[in-house]
Design a protein around this ligand. Structure first.
Ligand SMILES: Cc1cc2nc3c(=O)[nH]c(=O)nc-3n(C[C@H](O)[C@H](O)[C@H](O)COP(=O)(O)OP(=O)(O)OC[C@H]3O[C@@H](n4cnc5c(N)ncnc54)[C@H](O)[C@@H]3O)c2cc1C
Length: 454
């Protein structure tokens, strides 16, 4: 239950959009420093890409992250409003202007797949073309009894266009599912987790089988640069040339290990250049060769080859979804100060944090970004006392660097008066009531957690 401390005195009131890794962390930091925080989340559950992205074989990691998000959102100063999508149930202008909040923080992640780079391809979504986000969502959820989303048939020889870590997960899903289903046809029930952990070959061997005997064409991953350029390992800032080269070489090993364990094919220096359409379905992709010269990709003229497949999965990156009222700069939001994640200053400043700001799909980057935003907004922007709360030195880095330059903004910030605080609390409670949320976070989670959630 939200007890909110002295919620009818003057307070800062901040709205956070998105409740997952970044949203829950930024909300916790602000709440611990005394702000009231409204967290608007489009889904019933707050776990974002931990539940819907990180593949379900990461059993322990997902459970741990669920628990961390639950702990953060249970703070008495946080008002969770589930089933509330910005842009549908609540408009950006209402939140950022009409409500008169102290700040708005967008922690809504990157949920839009980057469009497939061949003109007209989107006509075939669901008819031979599938985007990564919906494919992984299906994989993570289809075992649940209540799952009612689209269902995908795994097809032999599926084409995957990608190259990042998430695309390796896509080819893993395809190969693991293909092996499980082939075994099922032979009357053998195997365990996904065992297959993922041990690799396909040893498990088949334990049943006196081999991959060639299953007679399955493997899926194939196509990447536009060379394996050395794949974003499979982070190169730390300040790394010298020797270290950079060592990390690049390590990528060959990472890919090789994944291929040996999961038996997928890989082709570097390849880009999609055309569609093969039959009976109003995507029946394959034309793939052209590329060369990389001084870091730039050049398509080799007249090098296109037809590759036929019943299914093509596009896994070329996720970008923030457009929100009416938030200015765009190409694929990303337009920032007044990208380092700070500041989208808009004024009476209610608007920030972005987590995956939406970093563009990096990993938990640690989202968490660090949220910690930096949280400390900055709380202590520098709103002037809340740091108190004795645990925040690591690195988490304070950005706040400290940018704090002085932005000190002028602080002067404009005053806590909202008690009448306005009460009015805002009434608004958020009205929304909570409309979706059947009674104010007790733990009770809500118990209600909306399917017993078979993976
Ligand atoms: C296939 C795959 C594998 C991955 N593997 C790893 C891995 O091994 N290790 C790792 O560290 N990371 C991995 N990641 C990435 C990691 O899961 C994410 O980068 C991280 O969890 C993002 O956290 P976030 O809070 O920034 O964003 P999200 O988790 O995307 O949270 C955004 C939240 O905002 C909500 N939201 C979105 N739009 C709206 C709106 N309009 N209104 C209200 N709410 C909204 C969403 O429902 C969601 O809850 C993987 C991702 C994928 C897809």
């Amino acid at each position: 239950m939200n007890i909110g401390g002295n919620s009818t005195s003057s307070r800062y009131v901040v709205a956070v959009v998105g409740a997952a890794v970044a949203g829950s962390e930024v909300a916790r930091i602000l709440a611990e420093r005394g702000a009231l925080v409204f967290v608007f989340e489009q889904n019933a559950r707050p776990y974002g890409k931990i539940e819907d992205g990180l593949p379900r074989w990461h059993v322990d990691q997902r459970r741990e992250e669920y628990a961390k998000i639950d702990r953060r959102l249970s703070h008495a100063n946080i008002y969770y409003a589930p089933l509330t999508r910005l842009g549908r149930d609540l408009q950006f202008d209402e939140l950022a202007d009409a409500w008169g909040l102290s700040a708005v923080i967008l922690a809504n992640g990157a949920w839009r797949d980057r469009p497939f780079p061949v003109e007209g391809a989107d006509r075939y979504v669901g008819r031979g073309l599938v985007y990564q986000n919906s494919f992984i969502y299906w994989f993570n959820h289809y075992p649940e009894k209540t799952y009612s989303g689209p269902r995908y048939e795994i097809r032999p020889g599926t084409i995957v266009i990608g190259g990042g870590l998430a695309s390796i997960d896509v080819v893993k899903v395809l190969q693991l599912e293909a092996a499980l289903r082939a075994l099922e046809r032979l009357g053998i029930r195997e365990d996904l987790l065992r297959l993922e952990r041990e690799g396909i070959d040893p498990v088949l061997k334990s049943h006196d089988l081999t991959w060639p005997r299953l007679n399955l064409k493997p899926c194939k991953l196509y990447y536009r640069r060379t394996v050395l350029d794949m974003p499979l390992a982070d190169i730390p800032g300040g790394a010298d040339a020797k270290k950079v080269e060592a990390i690049r070489r390590a990528k060959i090993k990472i890919l090789d290990k994944a291929q040996r364990k999961y038996l997928f094919d890989f082709q570097e220096l390849s880009v999609p250049s055309g569609l093969i359409i039959e009976d109003e379905r995507l029946a394959g992709i034309k793939i052209a060769r590329t060369k990389v010269e001084q870091g730039r990709i050049q398509v080799v003229p007249a090098s296109d080859v037809e590759h036929r497949a019943e299914l093509t999965i596009s896994s070329i990156g996720s970008i923030p979804e457009a929100i009416a009222g938030v200015a765009q700069n190409g694929e990303v939001y337009r920032y007044v100060d990208p380092k700070l994640g500041l989208l808009r200053d004024g009476r209610t400043a608007v920030f972005a944090t987590g995956n939406v700001l970093t563009g990096k799909g990993n938990i640690k980057d989202s968490l660090d970004s949220a910690a930096e935003t949280g400390v900055y907004v709380a202590e520098r922007y709103l002037g809340l006392e740091p108190g004795g709360f645990e925040v690591g030195e690195s988490e304070r880095r950005l706040a400290r660097e940018m704090g002085e330059a932005q000190a002028a903004m602080l002067a404009q910030r005053r806590p909202l008066n008690p009448a306005r605080v009460a009015e805002l609390l009434a608004r958020v409670r009205e929304r909570q009531g409309a979706v059947g949320y009674a104010g007790d976070y733990r009770a809500w989670i118990a209600k909306v957690l399917p017993p078979d959630l993976q």
